[in-house]
Design a protein. Structure first.
Length: 737
């Protein structure tokens, strides 16, 4: 059966898929059938009995990609595929760390902190040190600590080698305290899942020897997006057998802001001089015009591996070019083009994607799509597992397994309200820090630090968590989760039928419990414990979401589009300072990454690619003239068609003169352009940007206006309460300014 599939590959693909021993690099161009090759290579090794499933390790960019590859391999060789260690670096090595946790001073039930947890802990430390959080921003400090960890710089090394000013000195101090708090909380952040693997291998040669001999074959996908810590782990694991195969495309290395190091793939052959190189150069996704146009851009990069990406598909349409006077007109022209293509080519909304460099660009595109009644979805919004009510539920479950988890304690000790206020919490934290105790230990001995109602409330909380621990030990994941969430009081607090927002949160928690049940009943999950469930969702990312079948136009950043493909793609905002970003213009490495981003964006298109720009764009309240992106100039002109003209352009227009004072220009509000019909006595004259007051939600800022005059709705962002959609004739909003 494997041989039949191998016959369907081209010569380069077949050579890569049948590579067995020794190091190799597979340079896989965009749309070159990479996943098929990787799947068949793993199946080939297993079918030829060159290795058992337990001797292979396959590391992918997302867990979703790993599941899809495992599913394909299972259809080829059977259930043995279920035993393959496959997943992201973080997911695979988090399992190893749970097995070897005691060697690092952890227990196997350690918590995994996400970015929000980490930032919260750092914010607490900044407050304790009496620092100005406007000057020493917790998020910036967190990002600097993350960068240090990616390069395996410990707190002591950071203090010794990286202090250059007051900010880095403060970062070093926070880094020390933060790392101690993580250890004391029996917790690791995402970066620690990699750092601690290196620490484990360096401190325990016997464990390094164990895993080097356990995994005879190592395969790493998207190698161009690995960081230094991942590189070191891979190098150590493969040191004995050197059966390491890496797969990637240097032209699609776009994650340096996450610590990715393009040198890992560029220098692979230097690390392994005997490595074989396989080039997958045929693009099966895009027309030859799109492929050649993208090639003409990326060839301007200096740091790249030599390859010749080509397509044998028909030439197809020339690259479309849209030029709008403003970003609003640019968006309108994009929408006009979508409508035209739908009619002319008989396409659906889901065949289209609009890609942009920054999230802020989506607003005008959303407005234009709404006006045209075209359904759309913006990708990159809040993940289900980052919603407050879900984070609360997860915190309770984490405490059932790891009561030392300080962030989880702080999150739910008074939710639902149980009489443990900020003063009581500060006393408990102070007692923990002054006595060098874990917060949970202080809670268990709270009679030494508290009295009266405060002690009674904290003591009841301790008894509650203890009961949760018993449930986690003695029942299934689902039964434990159901008991914990019900006993916590969360469901009772959220179940308020007259409050739609609270009921929505209630439904989310019930959906979460459904997810625990599905996990428990899934036969593919070898381990179905509460710990295994929490480990899976802790490593969940937006890239792991299942695609929905609804028919909508996809809006997303170029970073989010990696790995996807669409019939027709629009790349908007092709202007200097926006794409490429202005901060990249004085640095060749940054500029080359921007160019790789452009290459990724262009190669998402299968049949039709359109690039667009605006001559003027609103920035920070001022209408500024723009210059076309240098990437537009780099596209070979023979692949570009004529500019798209809207119906409005075909009418006689008054020439636009550059304004003498750009600051005098202000954006036209939605209210100013709306019809002037009488909206009723209760409808105030409200525009986007106004600060308004609501009798229930308090003050907020109008971010959007929708609907016809008689049913005008305002989307208002209320600090602490989120965005609310209000019908103006009933909302009784008062304009404050």
């Amino acid at each position: 059966m494997i041989d039949e599939y191998l016959e369907g590959l081209n010569a380069a693909q077949r050579a890569a898929a049948t590579h067995t021993d020794g190091p190799a690099i597979i340079i896989a161009g965009a749309g070159s059938g990479k996943t098929r090759v990787l799947t068949l290579r793993l199946a080939y090794l297993l079918s030829r009995r060159l290795a058992s499933p337990f001797q292979l390790m396959a590391l992918t960019f997302t867990n979703k990609a790993a599941k899809e590859m495992r599913r394909r391999i299972e259809t080829l060789i059977g259930s043995d595929a279920r035993s393959l260690p496959m997943g992201t670096f973080h997911s695979v090595f988090s399992r190893v760390l749970r097995i070897e946790a005691d060697a690092l001073g952890y227990t196997s039930s350690f918590s995994i902190y996400d970015e929000e947890d980490s930032e919260s802990q750092i914010r607490t430390i900044v407050k304790e040190l009496n620092l100005d959080d406007k000057r020493f921003k917790p998020r910036v400090i967190k990002n600097n600590i993350s960068k240090a960890k990616n390069f395996l710089v410990s707190p002591s090394e950071f203090s010794a080698r990286h202090i250059i000013d007051e900010f880095t000195e403060t970062t070093a101090k926070v880094y020390h305290i933060y790392q101690n708090r993580l250890q004391r909380s029996n917790a690791m952040d995402f970066d620690d899942l990699l750092v601690n693997m290196v620490v484990l291998f360096n401190s325990r040669p016997d464990l390094l020897h164990k895993y080097q001999h356990k995994y005879r074959y190592l395969m790493i996908d998207e190698y161009q997006d690995t960081n230094h810590a991942q590189y070191v782990i891979a190098k150590k694991l493969a040191a004995v057998h050197e059966n390491i195969v890496v797969v990637g495309d240097d032209s699609q290395s776009i994650y340096s802001f996450r610590g990715a190091t393009i040198e890992n793939i560029l220098n692979f052959s230097k690390d392994y001089p005997d490595a074989k190189t396989y080039k997958l150069e045929q693009n099966y996704r895009s027309t030859s015009t799109i492929v050649e146009a993208a090639n003409s851009v990326i060839e301007n990069n200096v740091k790249r591996l030599p390859k010749n990406i080509f397509s044998l598909k028909e030439e197809g349409d020339l690259i479309g070019l849209i030029v709008g006077e403003t970003e609003v007109q640019e968006a309108e022209k994009v929408v006009d083009s979508i409508r035209e293509q739908k009619l002319r080519r008989n396409l659906n909304n889901k065949d289209f994607a609009i890609l942009y460099r920054t999230n802020a660009q989506s607003r005008t595109l959303e407005d234009a799509l709404r006006r045209a009644s075209i359904p759309y979805k913006v990708f990159g919004g809040m993940s289900f597992y980052r919603r407050k009510e879900i984070k609360d539920a997860v915190a309770y479950l984490r405490l059932a397994l790891n009561p030392y988890d300080e962030e989880s304690i702080k999150r739910v000790i008074n939710y639902p309200a149980r009489g443990i206020g900020n003063t009581t919490m500060e006393r408990l934290l102070q007692a923990a820090y002054e006595n060098n105790l874990r917060l949970w230990d202080v809670i268990l001995r709270s009679d030494r630090y508290l009295s009266g109602r405060s002690w009674s409330a904290v003591n009841a909380f301790a008894a509650l968590i203890t009961s949760f621990q018993n449930a986690a030990l003695n029942t299934s994941a689902y039964l434990a989760a159901e008991y914990i969430i019900k006993a916590s009081g969360m469901l009772e607090d959220l179940h308020q039928p007259k409050d739609f927002e609270m009921m929505d949160r209630y439904e989310n928690v019930m959906e979460f419990l459904d997810g625990v049940k599905e996990f428990t009943e899934n036969p593919d999950n070898e381990v179905r414990s509460l710990s295994a469930f929490l480990n899976e969702i802790a490593l969940y990312t937006d890239a792991d979401k299942d695609e929905e079948s609804d028919d909508y136009v996809s809006l997303m950043t170029i970073h989010a589009s990696k790995g996807l493909e669409f019939h027709s793609v629009f790349v908007v905002g092709m202007e200097e300072g926006l794409f490429p970003l202005s901060m990249s213009l004085d640095n060749r490495e940054s500029l080359e990454e921007e160019r790789r981003l452009c290459y990724v964006a262009m190669t998402r298109a299968k049949e039709k690619l359109t690039l667009s720009q605006a001559k003027r764009r609103m920035r920070y309240g001022n209408l500024e003239f723009t210059e076309p992106s240098r990437f537009l100039d780099e596209v070979n002109p023979k692949y570009i068609g004529t500019k798209t003209r809207s119906a409005a352009e075909k009418k006689p227009t008054i020439p636009v003169e550059p304004p003498r004072n750009l600051k005098a220009l202000k954006p036209i509000s939605a209210a100013a352009t709306a019809p002037s019909e009488n909206l009723g006595a209760n409808t105030p004259d409200i525009a986007v940007g106004h600060t308004v007051e609501h009798d229930r939600f308090g003050r907020g800022i109008v971010v959007r206006l929708d609907g016809p005059p008689e049913d005008r709705r305002a989307v208002v962002d209320f600090p602490g309460r989120g965005e609310k959609t209000l019908l103006l004739r009933y909302a009784k909003l008062v304009v404050v300014q």
